[in-house]
Design a binder for this molecule. Structure first.
Ligand SMILES: [Fe+2]
Length: 468
């Protein structure tokens, strides 16, 4: 699949913003001319997968204007005015578990069309992608060794067969990203808007990290992870392993957590997948990365937590599901949450980290996807509360309204993982129920120095702005 250019954010100083543009072209098609202000930019070859070359262009644009770059016959405007008013988008859950590539594009990309029209009127300075950028679950159909994944993993294979599996999976990931990234409204926005992305489970496969250790440690599963990770680096960060020390906080690349700053705002994204096990959300590397990410932050911190950091008392629901042996899938989904009993200590540690950021003088807003609903929550804090915004998913179908209603009722139980800091779920502005079961995405803005957020909902439209 061919796609691109997709812009990836690299950093900014007082003069320039550094960007990378990634694209995939069939091997026989060389990249066309790429230029900034008539100066040609040389492409860098990142990888070759299934008859395609993945190319990257590294370039800089001047800040403080609507700058532009050119590729082929087209020029692309990029709004680089980061000092004053700022618009940041947040999307998550771009797909569905089964048959995502077979959906009617009009219907599938309805909210993307909405977002693209909005971006035409008011360009985003940055787009955050909070997990499940693709639903790759079906990549395991690509090879006989993973056809029954995660069941019946064979121990009877040669090194050559394992390599063959790796190549098939690389091709399958490329195909999936290619189809999702070449969708017209997505391609249009992402050629003009730099993105920052953090993965969740479906960028690897459903429930990665909650699988049993004998599955995760199996050479077939490790091959799956290796292919997913290569795809994450290539397509979500325009990067290869060689770029890891420069782009991510953990120099070893075991955790792919990152932090990037714009004037007045630090954006921090812990990696909740690379080191996940059934009993752990992050390992030593992930926690060390969090430690360094939370030093010397700007006055506003946006914490991208791929699964919601603040939520209802799911441990009770999990206990009920567990006890009554209700569908294992739901149980695994709950195990993915910070609120799972298995992760209580780590959850407290992360919440304490957030409170420590407040002690430094920052105002923290957590933003998450994952649950295919829109909602928000507030944790009491000395500074007036830490807000959690949940926006999910932009193309994943919403669950039944009844499910959202029951979850909303259940959420009234409240939760206080840290003594003295109760968490309360709340409806979106203008909505009556705690959870909105509609496809959606989120908009942040800094307007005259004031931070606000607004959800765009499929049926209800734009919510009023919420002060953050
Ligand atoms: Fe999702």
């Amino acid at each position: 699949m061919e796609f691109g250019p997709i812009l990836i954010w690299r950093g900014t100083d007082s003069d320039n913003v550094s960007l990378a543009a990634v694209m995939s072209l069939r091997s026989e098609n060389p990249p066309l001319g790429f230029s900034v202000g008539n100066m040609p930019v040389d492409p860098k070859r990142l990888a070759e997968i299934d008859g395609h070359v993945i190319w990257r262009f590294d370039f800089a644009l001047p800040v403080g204007q609507v700058a532009e770059y050119a590729y082929g016959e087209q020029t692309f405007p990029v709004d680089t005015r980061y000092d004053g008013d700022l618009n940041i988008g947040f999307v998550s859950c771009n797909g569905q578990e089964n048959g995502d590539l077979e959906r009617d594009p009009e219907e599938r990309n309805l909210m993307w069309n909405d977002l693209a029209a909005r971006a035409d009127a008011t360009p985003y300075h940055l787009m955050l992608h909070g997990g499940d950028q693709v639903y790759a679950d079906e990549v395991t159909n690509a090879h006989k060794l993973t056809r029954h994944w995660p069941d019946d993993l064979s121990d009877d294979f040669t090194e050559a067969e394992l390599e063959d599996l790796f190549q098939s999976l690389r091709a399958a990931y490329l195909h999936r990203y290619g189809q999702v990234y070449s969708a017209a409204p997505f391609a249009r926005v992402m050629a003009r808007t730099p993105s920052l992305m953090m993965w969740d489970d479906h960028d690897i496969c459903d429930g990665w990290g909650s699988l049993k250790p004998e599955i995760v440690d199996h050479p077939i599963a490790q091959t799956l992870f290796r292919a997913a990770r290569e795809a994450f680096l290539l397509f979500q960060h325009a990067a290869t392993d060689a770029d890891v020390p420069q782009l991510f906080l953990d120099q070893t690349g075991r955790s792919l957590a990152w932090r990037y700053d714009l004037p007045g705002v630090s954006i921090i994204a812990p990696d909740l997948r690379s080191e996940r096990t059934r009993d752990r959300i992050m390992g030593e590397n992930g926690w060390a990365a969090m430690e360094s990410a939370t030093q010397d932050v700007q006055e506003r911190v946006i914490l991208v937590s791929s699964v919601p950091l603040l939520g209802p008392r799911l441990s009770v629901l999990e206990w009920i599901f567990n006890t009554f042996h209700i569908v294992k899938k739901y149980h695994d989904d709950l195990r993915d949450q910070w609120q799972s009993r298995a992760h209580r200590v780590e959850w407290q540690r992360m919440l304490q980290t957030v409170l420590n950021l407040e002690d430094q003088g920052a105002t923290v807003t957590a933003v998450s996807g994952e649950i295919h609903l829109a909602t928000r929550a507030v944790m009491d804090s000395p500074k007036g509360g830490v807000q959690q915004l949940v926006a999910s998913g932009i193309s994943h179908p919403a669950p039944p309204k009844l499910y959202a209603l029951s979850l909303g009722t259940f959420a009234r139980l409240g939760e206080a993982p840290l003594a003295g800091h109760p968490i309360k779920i709340a409806p979106l502005p203008g909505q009556h129920h705690n959870y909105s079961a509609e496809r959606n995405y989120l908009n942040f803005r800094r307007l005259n120095g004031l931070w606000e957020a607004q959800w765009s909902l499929e049926d209800s439209g734009n919510t009023p702005w919420l002060t953050l």
